[in-house]
Design a binder for this molecule. Structure first.
Ligand SMILES: [Zn+2]
Length: 98
């Protein structure tokens, strides 16, 4: 309820850590009801944040992501989102794969 003038902090849905938006990973439920990882944190739609992949797994276990986004997610959805997240956050040039 309180809108402070400081940078808007978001809360990790798994551990409750508050961070500025840029430090968290965002997932968004789009208008069509699909859920996607949102690497830029700017996609329109209802968003939910986690601070780490560990918290993503915790959110998966506790079905917190679904509750935060008010939607249903299947195991396939969770796997897909985890893949999108790790691809987007792993920006180290990996050794050449064929
Ligand atoms: Zn967390």
């Amino acid at each position: 309820m309180d809108r402070e003038k400081t940078k808007r902090c978001r809360r990790c849905i798994a551990c409750g850590l508050q961070e500025t938006k840029g430090a968290l990973r965002r997932f968004v439920r789009r208008a069509d009801g699909t859920v996607a990882f949102d690497p830029m944190g700017r996609a329109p739609g209802r968003g939910a944040y986690v601070c780490s992949e560990e918290c993503y797994q915790a959110a998966r276990k506790g079905r917190k992501l679904e509750r935060a986004l008010r939607t249903k997610l299947t195991d396939e959805d969770y796997d897909r989102l985890a893949g999108e997240m790790s691809r987007a956050t792993d920006d180290r040039p990996s050794e050449n794969e064929e």
